[in-house]
Design a binder for this molecule. Sequence first.
Ligand SMILES: NC(=O)c1ccc[n+]([C@@H]2O[C@H](COP(=O)([O-])OP(=O)(O)OC[C@H]3O[C@@H](n4cnc5c(N)ncnc54)[C@H](OP(=O)(O)O)[C@@H]3O)[C@@H](O)[C@H]2O)c1
Length: 322
Amino acid sequence: MTLTSLLDAALDKTVLPGYSAIGPAIRRRWWPADPAPQALVGRHVVVTGGSGGLGRAGASGIAALGATVHLVGRTADRLADSAAAIRRDVPDAILLEEVCDVSDLDAVRAYAADLRARVPALHAIVHDAGVMPPTRSASAQGHELALATHVIGPLLLTEELRANLAAAVSPRVVIVTSGGMYSAPLDASIGDDVEYEQGPYEGIRAYARTKRIQVTMAELLAERYAADGIAVHSMHPGWADTPGITDAMPRFAKVVKPVLRTAEQGADTIVWLTAAEATSTGEFWCDRRPRSTYYLPGGSDDPVARRAVWTYVCHAAGIGPA
Ligand SMILES: NC(=O)c1ccc[n+]([C@@H]2O[C@H](COP(=O)([O-])OP(=O)(O)OC[C@H]3O[C@@H](n4cnc5c(N)ncnc54)[C@H](OP(=O)(O)O)[C@@H]3O)[C@@H](O)[C@H]2O)c1
């Protein structure tokens, strides 16, 4: 192991330096080169959660590389504000503002049908939309909202757009998860209560569990789509100064405020994974490098829980688990 890879791994394990702005400040000395300036000209990229936070910052970086960016959010006003903000930084950005609540499976089907007709070859989907409801709430179809927003809706959207991704050159899916997933192993404790219908609900724990399921989903979708040449990545952005942190976890945000990443620093690996020339598939990334999916060496999903959760979310999304 080289000195830089040892230091890089140490930053990851010590959490605060690695997840804060210190991480990219040090790692950029050795991380892979930036994508070529025109890397995404002529490509279409969907960014959910494009109306703010990391989604907006990622969309801006992707637009700066020449892509046509489909900004997806729940309200037209917030999308318009986001597009205006991006155009201030990237005046010739090609942006399409597209309203879709990704937690609503009917809305996802309708949006995907519309997009399929307009965009025959889709370079990438960035699944960034995220929520941390303080109390248990339900999506339009009655699913727990964090699970619907982070897993069931994105799974359906990806599957609905699979043929359009497969028609592109070097297509990929980027799932924005969270380092919080390290606190939520996929094990027998989930039992048959994937949606917290029986046990007590705690927003941060429910959030972390869905972020863990996103990592597993990336691995399983990577296998599912391998024959189509579609790469699937999960990544975590570290801790970035966005409403997702400052509104949902104000006390935590206050303590770490001086070292929070900017939204652009948090979104760096989203942009890089979207534009990088060739990458592996099914891995979990932070700061342009694959990371282990369990904090302790040798950790892995419990195979029974993994299969049960995957079967459950595929059924909820209305797709076959194979
Ligand atoms: N910030 C961090 O430090 C951090 C750390 C770890 C992981 N993350 C992850 O990064 C992602 C972005 O987080 P953020 O901090 O940027 O959060 P944010 O500032 O709250 O932004 C979340 C975005 O998601 C959109 N959204 C929420 N529900 C949606 C839905 N059902 N359909 C479509 N869009 C929806 C929101 O747009 P509208 O309200 O306009 O619909 C908003 O633009 C999340 O997945 C989060 O888990 C962030």
